[in-house]
Design a protein. Structure first.
Lengths: 114, 112
């Protein structure tokens, strides 16, 4: 298995532009998580999907952020409009459902908003 | 609410010496505990986990961790550190739901 796949690996954009991050989870996993990592705040859970349904989006910073999971093999995280404070590394992770199952992380997307 | 504390921002050891990275946790109910490692410009990589059973858990790359319920700790250990073990290490805890709470991370530097 190729593991969790994320694209792009790096994104540089200007303030106000729309940014779309993509994730392909490990085949068979039914839980998907989006995280944001910054030096100041560490790892933050943004949203959690189970069986393609958003279960908890309380970590999404504001209405500028949205996430979708149209099928079991694809998810997107969109920021519109982007702001400099959105600059961070965004990780997607997937797992089997259940508290004892470890999450597998993708390589991340490093987003820089100028 | 659940939480994880990693009291040391940095741990420095010489190659060949034992390595310990400390972690304490707080959670309601039975804890599910995890250790992850992150190399520069990479995602988090799973090392090991404790669910139930034996308090000493063995994982990847020669790492092990000891679960101590009375001290609510889950310290990561390696008997003989390698330079290639230099990385950022995260402890994480989960209760009976989906939320995985991470510690702030400990940077390990192993000098040759």
């Amino acid at each position: 298995d190729a593991g969790v796949i994320q694209s792009p690996r790096h994104e540089v954009t200007e303030m106000g532009q729309e940014v779309t991050l993509r994730c392909k989870p490990i085949s068979g996993h039914n839980s998907l998580f989006w995280y944001r990592q910054t030096m100041m705040r560490g790892l933050e859970l943004l949203i959690y999907f189970n069986n393609n349904v958003p279960i908890d989006d309380s970590g999404m910073p504001e209405d500028r952020f949205s996430a979708k999971m149209p099928n079991a093999s694809f998810s997107t995280l969109k920021i519109q409009p982007s702001e400099p404070r959105d600059s961070a590394v965004y990780f997607c992770a997937s797992s089997f459902t259940g508290p004892g199952n470890e999450q597998f992380f993708g390589p991340g997307t490093r987003l820089t908003v100028l | 609410a659940q939480s994880v504390a990693q009291p040391e921002d940095q741990v420095n050891v010489a190659e060949g010496n034992p390595l310990t990275v400390k972690c304490t946790y707080s959670v309601s109910g039975n804890p599910y505990l995890f250790w992850y490692v992150q190399y520069p410009n990479r995602g988090l990589q799973f090392l090991l986990k404790y669910i139930t059973g034996d308090n000493l858990v063995k994982g990847s790359y020669g790492f092990e961790a000891e679960f101590n319920k009375s001290q609510t700790s889950f310290h990561l250990k390696k008997p003989s550190a390698l330079v290639s073990d230099s990385a950022l290490y995260f402890c994480a805890v989960r209760g009976n739901d989906y939320k995985l709470s991470f510690g702030a991370g400990t940077t390990v530097t192993v000098r040759a």
